[in-house]
Write a new protein. Structure first.
Lengths: 338, 250
């Protein structure tokens, strides 16, 4: 039979380069390295302990949402309500605690269960009523944000009176010399390793990619596409909720407005990392690099004196450039799924 | 005469007022290739969709080796050993050859809670299968299906059916959009599958392709079987075309 496969170069060096450039993680990795070098050259503060500590404090929070979004987007769906869930869940948790309804531990469990329930409703609407996830999660985004604002009259919930081991585990901090590290970085790494394993090694990972790549074919092979997607909506909401709770402990306030606009920033991180917007292909490592890249960019341009308001210009241009390069490399060397 | 592997008896299917199948009796014997022919709208696809679990019959019974079975969905059909290969291959192009071959039936290794795929076995088996079905080029099993030609994609689908030892392989227009050499490759796979104990249903608009490979031809016209036991060695393409259209050809 004829093959469309092009004969590969026999030179070991060019084969290695071809393999490297064909991975979706190649571009974000290259850009992270380039940004580090450029910002470090432009300002000595960029690689200072204080700045790195600051960078690592906020990165895991958006990063955790991005991890959940990566898996969901690989299955061919996305969730615009993550920012609202990020804002609403800590408000619910701290309201329950401050009003004396529940201990902090129980309030946390209730808040996470409610978030998972929101994910379930998203998944049910998308898979059972066949409504596009854009519309379902847009509606959910407005509903949840509205509930958060209405129930708090727009005021933040206080968090600083609570004393619990839970706060240390979720978002506590400690020093290594002068370097301040937050527990959230370990949660982020743990979630990344777990989801990376699921996506690359597990049967479920194969189903997730198949559901996003060709749902009809996956269904015909006995893959439970609807259930898989519903679970992923629940996972995404859980990750957004956990990130929101982490953030509320770190900043000592649960603001009903927090997380506004995160949904698009997170989707940008995921796509820049190499996950296909249309589904079927996703990479956790790429997302970690995408998260790092956008956070470094935001941090770096402020340090070198570019007005913060210009941040969106950088992000927009970066997304467009990355998409063009990813598309070019994908057409030249399609990467396998092992 | 060999026994029936599958028998569909009195199959009716209506879409609103339109009767797509009107009491069809259709059977496939052990170790034979049946060519299912008919003009557009004759009911071939509907009949095959019922057999592969994509749609349900309004009325009628299906028997596998004489035993009545229920096919409510594609999972039921696969469990009964019925594998359908569509013209677009129905593969997930982003996944590798090995992952496509085992999709839905991935072998696991290690403790069950880890849900870990045995990728080494998957890649080894896939590589061996590709060679067995005659792909001479050294294509790694980790190659994404998007890199394969139309013929190679069909080969992957057929390899999947053979590996999981499907009793009945349904090929729905498998030679559409294929070149001459690739089409001959698919024909070779079909003969090989029959010779290794499988039964096949071959649906194609190109009667020349059907004549090359099938043991028996069944013709549908307007939802009814109009010829059930046409031997391609005893007839001509023109005669079959007349049966399909119901009008003299030429």
């Amino acid at each position: 039979m004829n093959s469309t496969l092009k004969p590969s170069s026999t030179h070991p060096g060019s084969v290695l380069i071809q393999r490297l450039t064909s991975t979706p993680e190649f571009l974000p990795f290259t850009l992270v390295v380039v940004l580090t070098v450029v910002f470090a050259a432009l300002t000595p503060h960029f690689l200072s302990r204080g700045n790195l500590s600051n960078l690592l404090a906020f990165t895991p929070e958006l990063g955790m949402i991005a991890l959940g979004m990566t898996v969901l987007m690989t299955s061919g769906e996305f969730d615009l309500s993550v920012g609202s869930v990020f804002g609403f869940t800590p408000v619910l948790m701290w309201t329950l605690f401050n009003e004396g309804v529940a201990s902090l531990e129980v309030a946390l469990m209730i808040a996470l269960v409610v978030a998972v329930g929101i994910g379930f409703v998203n998944g049910w609407f998308v898979t059972r009523l066949k409504i596009p996830s854009f519309l379902v999660t847009l509606g959910m985004m407005m509903t949840i944000r509205g509930v958060a604002l209405y129930t708090t009259s727009g005021f933040p919930q206080r968090t600083w009176r609570a004393e619990s081991w839970l706060m240390d585990i979720v978002a506590g901090s400690f020093y290594i010399g002068e370097f301040r590290l937050y527990a959230s970085i370990f949660w982020f790494i743990g979630f990344a390793l777990l989801l990376g394993y699921v996506m690359t090694q597990s049967r479920v990972g194969n189903w997730i990619q198949a559901a996003g790549g060709n749902a009809v074919s996956a269904r015909a092979r006995g893959v439970r596409v609807a259930q898989t997607k519903t679970w992923l909506f629940m996972l995404t909401a859980f990750m957004a909720a956990y990130a929101g709770i982490t953030s509320s402990i770190r900043v000592a306030a649960a603001n009903p407005n927090s997380g506004t606009g995160y949904e698009l920033e997170v989707i940008a991180m995921v796509v820049i990392g190499g996950t296909a917007l249309a589904g079927g292909r996703g990479t956790i490592l790429g997302t970690v690099l995408g998260v790092l890249m956008l956070r470094m960019m935001r941090n770096g341009i402020v340090l070198i004196g570019v007005p913060g308001l210009a941040y969106n210009i950088f992000i927009g241009v970066t997304i467009l450039t990355m998409m063009a390069l990813q598309s070019y490399l994908a057409r030249r060397h399609p990467s396998g799924s092992g | 005469m060999a026994d029936d592997l599958v028998r569909m008896a009195g199959i009716y299917k209506s879409y609103g007022p339109v009767m797509a199948l009107d009491g069809v009796d259709f059977s496939v014997r052990e170790n034979e290739i049946v060519g299912l022919l008919g003009d557009n709208g004759a009911g071939k696809s509907t009949l095959i969709k019922i057999l592969s679990g994509t749609v349900s019959a309004t009325r009628g019974d299906i028997f596998m080796r004489g035993k009545k079975v229920e096919i409510r969905n594609t999972t039921d059909a696969i469990a009964l050993g019925i594998e359908t290969i569509h013209q677009d291959s129905a593969l997930v192009v982003q996944l590798s050859i090995a992952r496509n071959l085992f999709l839905g039936r991935e072998p696991l290794i290690g403790p069950a809670f880890l849900n870990r795929m045995d990728k080494r076995t998957m890649n080894e088996v896939a590589g061996k299968l590709l060679k067995e079905i005659g792909i001479k080029k050294d294509i790694p099993a980790t190659t994404p299906v998007s890199s394969l030609s139309g013929g190679e994609r069909q080969a992957v689908s057929i390899a999947r059916a053979l590996h999981f030892d499907s009793d009945l392989i349904v090929l729905d227009e498998p030679t559409n959009n294929l070149g001459v050499e690739e089409t001959q490759g698919v024909m070779r796979f079909m003969r090989g599958a029959r010779d290794s104990g499988h039964s096949l249903i071959f649906i194609a608009h190109n009667i020349h392709h059907v004549f090359q490979v099938v043991d028996r031809i069944v013709v549908l016209r307007r939802g009814k079987v109009v010829a059930n036991d046409v031997d391609p060695k005893q007839t001509t393409i023109e005669a079959v075309e007349e049966i399909i259209t119901g009008m003299p050809v030429g």
